[in-house]
Structure formats: structure tokens, C-alpha cells
Design a protein around this ligand. Sequence first.
Ligand code: CO
Ligand code: ZN
Length: 351
Amino acid sequence: MTKTQSKITRDSALLALIQKLTETPGPSGQESLIRAAVLEEIKDHADEIRTDALGSLIARVGSKQDGGMRVMISAHIDEIGLMVTHVDANGFARFIAIGGVSPLTCIGGRVLFMNGARGVIGCERLEPNAMPTLDKLFIDTGALSKADCPVSVGDVCGFERPFLDLGAHLVAKSMDDRVAAAIAIQALRALKKTPHEVYFVFSVQEEVGLRGATTAAYGVNPDIGLAVDVTRTGDTPRGIKMEVALDKGPAIKVRDSSFIADPRVVNWMASSAEAAGIPYQLEVLEAGGTDGRAIQLAHAGVPAGCLSIPCRYIHSPSEMVSYTDVENAVRLLVRLLSEEIRLEYSPESAF
Ligand code: CO
Ligand code: ZN
């Protein structure tokens, strides 16, 4: 345990895990390093581990007992990044986005290529008050010419930014979704007794359209599933209108623009949190999607939901989460997976 500038007591092993996972590069389609890092953390704790054709890591804990279900938990291990489209004669590399990358958070940023090359992002001269677009930006690797440039067409980079510990809040470039990978790892290790066959999926290519979770959900063929992913918050100056805030507990997703969580799953999650005295918030996200959609639409359909981690500045190089929200998310996930699952519509709510 570490004592910090805030009054919260924190688990230094959990902090180190989040730091390790967020600082490991792994843009969509290039997940081998982060997959190896996750494997290292879980290999002594799972009953069976496999990697599917797209590269998602799938770890089973427990086997189906009486009253048990096959449960899929999905946390994506890819992150947003950039891919080189061409390099000009002077060695400046142009690029496209992998996933949702804003030009506003690119300028002045630093990138790390999967081949080890580094660079910074510059911008063409813009008209006064013009908003930059990605086609006005370029990566400067310090190359003197095209021949000297350490990267070429098709090379992929992620953003490079060290983990920052602010006490009650933690900041890193890819809390989306490595904080969820850390939560899933912690839950996997803590899950001692379960009536369920739980498949922890560390999915690939979420940021380019939930692709890893799509094939993983088909392969696992779960009875029920949850994504674990970050969600936006409405708690910053003149931010979006949204009730979710940092430090008020993990959020139980009701809806985002990719799927409507199964109301029975929402009920199960909320009543379990209440029974355990774990704080939670209900989340309605206007725009954004998660692996929950891929699980819900697998085979003939699966009851699915999402455990969300409130996160400020999503898809920027400085995504911020609350330490206590992370701990409470681990507690809630372990609780959910330890008990028998009852899927019921709530008589006293709109569900
Ligand atoms: Co994302
Ligand atoms: Zn995500």
C-alpha cells in the first residue's frame, strides 16, 4: 500500500499494473506486445488460455456448475494510433488514423512506432482560426530525407506519454481500455470460487469496429456477457451533458450508440452492487460503442451489458480515471462472477 498526496490508501501493485499496461504500445492490429504483457499477468491464474485467429487472448476460469453460466468478460487491449500513408522527399510521414483520433490532440504529440522509431507530430500553416484536419498533419521522425526515414507506408505508431499518478486520479494515454484490462486481470486473479465458466477476453481491434470481440464472442458462445470499457463523464468545465462523474463508482451502462444493454443484465448488476454496498452510477452515453454490442449480436443473440469506468479526456494522450472507481469496479466484477446470475425484469422500474 502507498500513501499519496490524497488521503486514499492505494495498492501499489495495482498502480504498477496500470502503468505497465498503459505504457505498452498496441494500436489496433498490432497487439502482440500488449497481449504478451497481459499473458504474463494471468498465465498462472487461469484454467485454460488460448489466442484466437484475430489475436484476442481468451482465458477461462472455472467450469460450469449447477446453476452456472458461460460468461464472457471483454476488455479490449488495442488502442488508437496512426498508420503511415506516404513519406515525402524530405522525410515527413503523412498518416491516417487508426480509430477515433482527433487532430486537436495530435499536434505536438509524440509517437512510438512498432519498429521502435520515434517522432513528433507537426502541422502545416493554417488559415487564422482554421481547425486542423488530419491531412494537414505530419510525423517528423528527424529524418533528413525519404531514404533516411525510419518508417514507410503501412507502419503503425501509438502515442507516447508516460503514466501520471495524481493521487486520487490516474492519467495515461490508453486508459481506454488498459484500465479495464487491469480490472479484468485483478478480477481473474481474485476469482476463487465461481459456479460459472468465465471467459476473460482481452480483445483486439475494438477501436476499428469491435472486430476482436466479434470473433471472440462467436467462439466463446456465451450465455451472458459484459464488456468492460471506459465511458465519458459530464464533470469537467462546460463539458458534455451527462450524469456520470469520476469518483462516484463504476458505471453500469444502460445504453450507448452501439447497443442497448439488456435490462435484465442492468438489473442484475445494479442489485448486486447494492447488495454488496458498492457505489455505482447508471450510464447513458450519447455517442460511443463497446464490445457489449459484439457480444449481444453473437450467434442468435446474447444478454449483454457493460461495466464502464468513468474517464475524462477519452482518446487524448491524457485519459484520466479515478483510483477508487477502479477498485470498486474490481470488487463489483468479482462479486458479479462469484454469485448465481438471475436475469429478471425489474417490476418496480421502467425496465
Ligand atoms: Co476507445
Ligand atoms: Zn474503449
